[in-house]
Design a protein around this ligand. Structure first.
Ligand code: IPM
Ligand code: MN
Length: 360
C-alpha cells in the first residue's frame, strides 16, 4: 500500500517517542513492501511558538490531506499561562473536531509481563483486565460554551455540556458494535442521577439496544465506575461514555494495567482516516532525558495499521515485537520492576524494530 501519514512530533518528551514510532513504521514499510510518505504537521506548543496559533488552518488541512495522523502528546509549562483558546490543548481539540473524530477507543489490557507494575493486589489482577473505554470525543463540556464574566462584583465561569441525540446514537453504535466483536458486554457510564445529558444518553441507548439483543447491556454512575475499576476491573468489557468521563476513566484504567506509558488510542469518525495517539501527556519533566516510554506511541502506530489501513498482519507484527522485547525483560523506567533490564526510549524503539525485522 501507498499511504500518506501525517506526523505530529508534539511537545516535551513527545518528539522522542514519535521518532521511535516512525522508525517502527519505516521498519514495517520495508518488511511488508509498503510505501509510507510522512507529512510533518505542527500542532500544540510547537505551533504556538512558530505561528502563534496551536493549530493554524494550513496545518489542519495537512491532516485532512493525509490518510491518517500519528501524534505524540502536546502541552507543557511553557504555555501554561496562555488564555484558554490559545493553549496547546486547544489545537488538539480543534484537530479532533476538524477531522470529525467522534469515537475514541482506549484499551485497558494487562500485559502479562507487567503484572508486577500494576498497583492492584494480585488477587484482583489475576481475574484479568481486558476492557475498552469508548469515549465520545467531540461533544459535551469540551465543546460547549465557555465563558467567564462578572456578576455582582465577582467572577463567574460557566462551561456548558450539550449532547444531541445523533451525537449519542453514533457513539452508542460504536460501543455496541465493539461489544459484538468482544465479550458482548456493554456498560454505559454516566451521571443520570444528576445530569439531563446522561438521561438523554440512557434514552438513546435504550432505543439502540433493541438492535443488539445479544449484547448484555448495563448502566453505571461514573463515581461508582471509578470505584469498580479498582475493585474488580474484570467485570468490564466495553465501557461507553461521554467525553470528560471517558478522559478521566481512561487515565484510571491505564494505571491499573501498570503504566499510562503503555496505552495507545485510536480516534475515528465516518471514514477510515484516524488520529492515533498515546493517552499520556507530554511528560515535560523528563524531556530530552531518553527516559520516556515509546510503547504507547508505537502501539498507536499498530492501531493505525489495523483500523485505518486494514493491515492486520502489520499491526500484529508490531504488537508481537513489543511482547518479545518485554519477554526479554527490557523495561523503561515507568514499567521497571526488580530483576528487569532498565533501558531508555531510544533503545526500546530500536529493540522493537529489531524484533520486527527478525520475526517471520
Ligand atoms: C487526553 C488529554 C486531552 C483531553 C487534553 C490534552 C486536552 O488529556 O487526550 O486524554 O482531555 O482529551
Ligand atoms: Mn486525558
Amino acid at each position: 500500500m501507498n499511504k500518506i501519514i501525517g506526523v505530529i512530533y508534539g511537545d516535551g518528551s513527545s518528539p522522542e517517542i514519535v521518532k521511535q514510532a516512525v522508525q517502527v513504521l519505516d521498519t514495517i514499510q520495508e518488511k511488508f513492501h509498503h510505501q509510507f510518505t510522512y507529512t510533518q504537521i505542527d500542532m500544540g506548543g510547537a505551533a504556538i511558538d512558530k505561528y502563534g496559533d496551536p493549530l493554524p488552518e494550513h496545518e489542519l488541512q495537512k491532516c485532512l490531506d493525509s490518510d491518517s495522523v500519528l501524534l505524540g502528546a502536546i502541552g507543557g509549562p511553557k504555555w501554561e499561562g496562555l488564555p484558554g483558546d490559545k493553549r496547546p490543548e486547544k489545537g488538539l481539540l480543534k484537530l479532533r473536531a476538524g477531522m470529525k473524530l467522534y469515537s475514541n477507543n482506549r484499551p485497558a489490557t494487562l500485559w502479562p509481563q507487567l503484572r508486577d507494575a500494576s498497583p492492584l493486589k494480585s488477587s484482583i489482577v489475576d481475574k484479568g483486565i481486558d476492557f475498552v473505554v469508548v469515549r465520545e470525543l467531540i461533544g459535551g463540556v469540551y465543546f460547549g460554551n465557555h465563558e467567564t464574566f462578572i456578576q455582582n462584583g465577582e467572577k463567574v465561569a460557566v462551561d456548558t455540556m450539550p449532547y444531541s441525540e445523533h451525537e449519542i446514537m453514533r457513539i452508542g453504535r460504536i460501543g455496541f458494535d465493539m461489544a459484538m466483536k468482544r465479550r458482548k458486554k456493554l456498560c454505559l457510564v454516566d451521571k443520570a442521577n444528576v445530569l439531563d445529558t446522561s438521561r438523554l444518553w440512557r434514552e438513546v441507548m435504550h432505543k439502540l439496544k433493541k438492535e443488539y439483543p445479544e449484547v448484555e447491556y448495563s448502566e453505571m454512575f461514573v463515581d461508582n465506575c471509578a470505584m469498580q475499576i479498582c475493585k474488580d476491573p474484570s467485570q468490564f468489557d466495553v465501557i461507553v461514555t461521554e467525553n470528560m468521563f471517558g478522559d478521566i476513566l481512561s487515565d484510571e484504567a491505564s494505571m491499573i494495567t501498570g503504566s499510562i506509558g503503555m496505552i495507545p488510542s485510536s480516534s475515528l469518525g465516518e471514514g477510515t482516516r484516524g488520529l492515533y495517539e498515546p493517552i499520556h501527556g507530554s511528560a515535560p519533566d523528563i524531556a530530552g532525558m531518553d527516559k520516556v516510554n515509546p510503547i504507547a506511541c508505537i502501539l498507536s502506530a499498530a492501531m493505525m495499521m489495523r483500523y485505518s489501513f486494514d493491515a492486520e498482519k502489520e499491526a500484529q507484527c508490531i504488537e508481537q515485537a513489543v511482547h518479545k522485547v518485554l519477554d526479554q525483560g527490557y523495561r523503561t523506567f515507568d514499567i521497571y520492576s526488580e530483576g528487569c533490564r532498565l533501558i531508555g526510549c531510544k533503545e526500546m524503539g530500536e529493540r522493537i524494530c529489531e524484533a520486527i525485522k527478525s520475526s517471520n
